[in-house]
Design a protein around this ligand. Sequence first.
Ligand SMILES: C[S@@+](CC[C@H](N)C(=O)[O-])C[C@H]1O[C@@H](n2cnc3c(N)ncnc32)[C@H](O)[C@@H]1O
Length: 270
Amino acid sequence: MSSDRNISVIPLAKAGFVDGGNYETYRPGYTDDVVKEIILMATDSVDLLDGECEYDILELGAGTGKFTECLLKHCPQGMKVLVTEPSNDFIKTLEEKIPVVETRQCSANKIPLPDNSVKAIIAAQCFHWFANEENISEIVRVLKPGGNFVLVWNVLDESSLLNADFQKFILKWIKDSPQYYDMRWKQFLDNCDQVRLVSRKLFDGNDLSGSIDHLVRLRTTFSYIQSLEEVQKEEACAEIKAFYENHPERKGKEFLTHPMKTDVLHYKIS
Ligand SMILES: C[S@@+](CC[C@H](N)C(=O)[O-])C[C@H]1O[C@@H](n2cnc3c(N)ncnc32)[C@H](O)[C@@H]1O
């Protein structure tokens, strides 16, 4: 377990990822198709003659292990996997859930590994938190030549009316916080000469279905709600509940569904 010296995250991430149990209960996992495809990308044409690597796959920002458990279910036997996560509470939840996996507590800017020591790095639902020069240089440093960098996000399917309305409604809490949807991470990568995009694929995801109370609880796992003071959080939850209750798609139904997609991007170091 490393000390705070290895952890540097923005204040919203520090305040927003503090309840691993809540996150673990409400956030979605990843479909088998997505995970199998990501493993193919992660193992794509790595220069195997370039000596042994300490790890085949390094997962950054692993949170409570939502992606990790899917990865371990599908990755070939014998593959060496290391997962990292900066939040105390999240890594504790992950270690209790998946005691077999090797973990390190760190942020993406200080990966406790030598140069050229991993074949692939995966970042699930998190690269928007650390899309900057310092972190990409660290990612490139630990990847071996020809190494793969795979990004994945579960995202709202834009073709759904409920999703489109929800996206507009929730903006007042999101403000300027880093999001997949703001695409700042993509602009950063498009202008970054350390990596190049190999492919991008949009898959069907795990739809988010549940009672209104369930969907409100799910929203409390997002940093922009989790980080609010208790009174503001309660007010936000009441407003989110009212949004669902009054949305035309509800039509008296007890359960609502946010249709989901999964966006997967495969990069290689240049
Ligand atoms: C939305 S969660 C995703 C967790 C998990 N990968 C999943 O698929 O559910 C975002 C994660 O990014 C982590 N994170 C935030 N800033 C980070 C940084 N600078 N370096 C590494 N991880 C970071 C958070 O602690 C959090 O666990």
